[in-house]
Design a protein around this ligand. Structure first.
Ligand SMILES: Cc1cc2nc3c(=O)[nH]c(=O)nc-3n(C[C@H](O)[C@H](O)[C@H](O)COP(=O)(O)O)c2cc1C
Length: 279
């Protein structure tokens, strides 16, 4: 079916060739109109076909996006996550999924969202790159004086999340965070490209700066000072999150997703209890 949505804000063509499944049907009734994926994405980029009484650029495309964004959804049908086919050890499950994300060539499979909560009890998130994982935990590197660094100093509990969109998978990991040893951080720092090592000196991460020139000037200054061998800055190093809770989410059809949680029972050295959570 083809049709159009003509509102005070513009004129957006649509057809019904987008999405399928139980939830789609119920939301059709609720929303009343559905856009094709390409048209929705066009609207998303601010290039919807605004014409005929619309205001063109400015408010019109944006409002068209707002009326259609609630209609963006997909049916997850790629895979399953079953108790009988999953590992009893969450680290082994994570290892398998991360390797599958890497071989599937999803964009930035090593990028994870890190959530922290400081002494003001306000959660904050940002993306960091995983740099190691083993039975001890999950490691990333950053500036200890950044917002995340300050929040972890006040409250060492954190959460990590990977979202591998193309695989319809999410991994969530919670636990307590500690700094990695100086020798471990030194070894990793030495392995970084030179511009990244200079960058660790040049960027007062999370602080307000007067302009980009500050970074450029700092980089030039430290490059001249350290030449080819910048040492690891004292304010820069690694954190390791020791998981006590893992969750693996696999999207399934009709919003009946698979979720397996692994909870550490009996503290460190205890056993993992695997349970299914309702989606
Ligand atoms: C894909 C990606 C990877 C990133 N990796 C890191 C990282 O490993 N370490 C880091 O400190 N910041 C990394 N960043 C920048 C952070 O997301 C963030 O801007 C920065 O750490 C400051 O966060 P904060 O002010 O909340 O502490 C990355 C950003 C992106 C988009």
């Amino acid at each position: 079916m083809k049709g159009s949505l003509n509102s005070q804000f513009g004129f957006l063509d649509f057809d019904t060739g987008f999405g399928s499944g139980l939830c789609d049907t119920s939301l059709d009734a609720e929303i009343g109109v559905r856009g094709s994926r390409s048209q929705l994405m066009g609207a998303w980029r601010g290039h919807s076909s605004a014409r005929g009484g619309g205001t063109g650029a400015g408010a019109a495309p944006y409002t068209a996006v707002m009326s259609s964004i609630a209609d963006l959804r997909k049916s997850y049908e790629r895979a399953e996550l079953d108790e009988s086919a999953s590992h009893s050890d969450p680290l082994a499950q994570f290892d398998q999924w991360l390797k599958e994300a890497i071989s599937a060539q999803v964009p930035e499979p090593n990028a994870m969202t890190l959530a922290t909560v400081g002494s003001d009890l306000r959660p904050s998130t940002r993306v960091v790159l995983i740099k190691g994982y083993d039975t001890q935990g999950i490691v990333w590197y950053t500036n200890f004086e950044s917002r995340k660094g300050q929040e972890l100093a006040a409250n060492p509990f954190a959460a990590l999340q990977f979202h591998w969109v193309e695989l319809e998978r999410v991994v969530r990991i919670e636990g307590q965070v500690e700094k990695v040893s100086d020798s471990e951080a030194d070894a990793y720092f030495a392995s970084r490209p030179l511009d990244s090592r200079i960058g660790a000196w040049a960027s007062p991460q999370s602080q307000v700066i007067s302009g980009r020139g500050v970074l450029v000037a700092n980089a030039a200054k430290y490059a001249a000072q350290f030449l080819l061998n910048p040492p690891r800055p004292p304010h820069w190093g690694g954190y390791r999150l020791r998981p006590d809770n893992w969750q693996f989410w696999q999207g399934r059809k009709s919003r009946l997703h698979d979720r397996l949680q692994y909870r550490l029972e009996g503290g460190s050295g205890g056993a993992w209890l695997r349970q299914r959570l309702a989606p």
